[in-house]
Ligand binder design. Sequence first.
Ligand SMILES: C[S@@+](CC[C@H](N)C(=O)[O-])C[C@H]1O[C@@H](n2cnc3c(N)ncnc32)[C@H](O)[C@@H]1O
Length: 329
Amino acid sequence: MTPGDSSSVTAGQALHRSVLLDQAVALLMVRSDGRYVDGTFGRGGHSRLILRHLEGEGRLLGIDKDPEAVRFGETLAAEDGRFVVYHGSFADMADATAAQGWDAGSVSGVLLDLGVSSPQLDDPERGFSFMSNGPLDMRMDPTRGLSAAQWLNTAREQEIADVIWRYGEERFSRRIARSVVRQRDEEPLVTTRQFAELVRQAVPKKEKHKHPATRTFQAVRIFINRELDDLEAGLAQAVDLLEPGGRLVVISFHSLEDRIVKRFMRDLSRGPQLPRGLPVTAREVAPPFRLVGKALKASEPEIEENVRARSAVMRVLERRADTEGESIS
Ligand SMILES: C[S@@+](CC[C@H](N)C(=O)[O-])C[C@H]1O[C@@H](n2cnc3c(N)ncnc32)[C@H](O)[C@@H]1O
């Protein structure tokens, strides 16, 4: 199918420019009357384009952790009866779809466009950005869990260093963690500016064209939102939902995410690694999934228009139509 001109997908999108919009929807939609899940609704850029191509019994479920994104989803649901929105994590995709009466093996496509949206990054009150000053929060769902400030003001120094190292690959993680503890002994960390400045002072060597707090902010955000744990749980549930011929499309924005997606898809498309000489037929060990094409990146013109697209990598996995659906989770 050929999704239409993305420029007409505008309502509710003014604040977020969807990455790889046409390509993702074209690869996702294997049939126009299927059931689809947009696990990262955001401002609904991808969802609106999916809806434009749905026909007949076609339905779409949008999921987002962020109550603000869900409000946009509710507006869309009021406009279009084929769409419903669910407030929660895509790590709970099985529950969200079960609530619709959608069983394992009955969904045509699942899309995950990972990370934060531009409205989340651009709103200083959400505390994601070191470029503007606001409360040091960083939760995609501010109604649950600890904020970044609450965690940084109470966690052990070693735990803070480990998080910054593991999720930010920041080589000065220990120095930064030590500065956090020293700072909070004086007065608690409260704002993004305070934290960004603390990191800037703790990092002795600056990387070219990169704010010294980039890696640390990424690390704390990933940890606070359990991004990689959610991703692993979401991927496993997504493939269980797919019907034969159904597809999982994932857009990642950094190497830690992409590594998880790449390995997950590679392992499923390889099938079981059995010792040679076993008395089984090729059909019996045929992997139930296949990779659709290679990893896809945004074009230069898209990157020129939208800097977020620069680090995007899209991968697609399909449940083979000629094998029985078997659960992997
Ligand atoms: C890059 S934006 C998606 C943009 C969307 N595709 C669009 O075109 O408007 C990512 C969104 O996913 C949400 N999100 C991130 N991790 C999530 C998770 N584990 N479960 C549900 N939503 C998540 C964020 O709150 C954010 O709204």
